[in-house]
Design a protein around this ligand. Structure first.
Ligand SMILES: Nc1ncnc2c1ncn2[C@@H]1O[C@H](COP(=O)(O)OP(=O)(O)OP(=O)(O)O)[C@@H](O)[C@H]1O
Ligand SMILES: [Mg+2]
Length: 264
C-alpha cells in the first residue's frame, strides 16, 4: 500500500451504517436564551452532514457539544460510542483524538510556520520521533496540496491556504471526524471550490466523517450526503440535498433561496 495512505488512514475500521455521532435531546440555555431546544441528530460513519440555518441559531454551539467544549443542560452526546457529556476533562483526549474541529477563522499560530502548525497536535501529544513527525506532516500537507508551502508563516498565506493548513492539522493525528465551521467563508468562488474538494478528498481517501457548517448553498449541494437545518433550537429539516431542494416547507425554501423573512 502507498506509505502516505498507511500513515493517514484512521485506525478504526467502521461499518457503513455505524452511527458515529449521536446527539439526543440536546438542550442548552445561555442566561435567558434557549439556544438548543431538543436537538436529535444521528450521523453515520463516513457521512458529510451540512449544518445550515440562520446566523445565531446555534450551529457552532452544536459542534462544540460534540467535542465537549460545551456541555448540554439536558440530553446526551455520543461519539464513537463514548458518552461525551459525562466524561471528565482528562478523559476527553480520547474524543478529541477522534474528532477535530476547524474553527471559524482557522485559528493558526502566527508565530509558527505551516509545517510547525500542522505538527502541533503530534508534538502536544508527546511524539518525539522527528523523522516520523516530519513524514506525517508532509503527508498531511500533500493531502491538501500545501507541501510546497510548508516553510511559510500564516501571515503570508491566502485565506484558502490558511483553511487548508487547518484541515491538514485536523487530519494529522488520524482524526476520524472533522467538524468544519464555515470553511468557505471569506473565500472567492474558486477558493471555496478548492475547500469543497478538500472536504470530499478527506472523505474519499480517509473515510472521514464530517459536519460542515456553511452558508454557501452551492457547497451544500455539492458535498452533503445529508443536510440538517437548525431553526429555533431544533432540527427543522433533515434530508438529502435532493429532498432539501424539493422540500415544500416555506422556511426551507426561503432559506435556501436567500429570502430574508426566514429570520423574522
Ligand atoms: N459561551 C456563550 N455564552 C453565552 N452565549 C453564547 C455562548 N456561545 C454562544 N452563545 C450564543 O448562542 C447563540 C448561538 O451561537 P452560535 O455561535 O452557535 O451561532 P451560529 O448558528 O454558529 O451563528 P453564525 O452562523 O453567525 O456563526 C448566539 O446568540 C450566541 O450569542
Ligand atoms: Mg457559527
Amino acid at each position: 500500500m502507498n506509505p502516505t495512505l498507511t500513515t493517514m488512514i484512521p485506525r478504526t475500521i467502521h461499518g457503513p451504517d455505524e452511527i458515529f455521532i449521536d446527539l439526543r435531546g440536546l438542550r442548552k440555555r445561555f442566561g435567558s436564551q434557549q439556544v438548543l431546544d431538543g436537538i436529535d441528530l444521528q450521523i453515520k460513519h463516513g457521512e458529510t452532514i451540512c449544518l445550515i440555518g440562520p446566523s445565531g441559531e446555534g450551529k457552532t454551539v452544536t459542534m462544540k457539544h460534540v467535542i465537549g467544549l460545551i456541555h448540554p443542560d439536558e440530553g446526551d452526546v455520543y461519539v464513537a460510542g463514548m458518552h461525551v457529556n459525562v466524561l471528565k476533562e482528562r478523559q476527553m483526549a480520547a474524543v478529541r483524538q477522534k474528532v477535530s474541529m476547524l474553527f471559524q477563522g482557522a485559528a493558526l499560530f502566527d508565530y509558527l510556520t505551516v509545517e510547525e502548525n500542522v505538527a502541533f497536535p503530534l508534538l502536544e501529544r508527546g511524539l518525539k520521533d522527528k523523522a516520523e513527525v516530519k513524514r506525517r506532516v508532509m503527508a498531511a500537507l500533500e493531502a491538501v496540496d500545501l507541501d510546497e508551502h510548508a516553510h511559510k508563516y500564516p501571515t503570508n498565506l491566502s485565506g484558502g491556504m490558511k483553511k487548508r493548513t487547518g484541515i491538514a492539522r485536523a487530519i494529522i493525528d488520524r482524526s476520524e471526524c472533522i467538524l468544519y465551521d464555515e470553511p468557505n467563508s471569506g473565500l472567492d468562488p474558486i477558493g471555496s471550490d478548492i475547500i469543497d474538494q478538500m472536504i470530499q478528498r478527506m472523505q474519499k481517501r480517509y473515510g472521514v466523517t464530517s459536519i460542515v457548517v456553511t452558508h454557501d448553498m452551492r457547497s451544500v449541494f455539492k458535498i452533503a450526503t445529508r443536510v440538517a437545518m437548525l431553526y429555533r433550537g431544533k432540527i427543522h429539516f433533515l434530508g438529502t440535498p435532493e429532498e432539501l431542494r424539493n422540500s415544500p416547507d416555506k422556511l426551507v425554501q426561503d432559506f435556501i433561496n436567500g429570502r430574508s423573512d426566514v429570520t423574522c
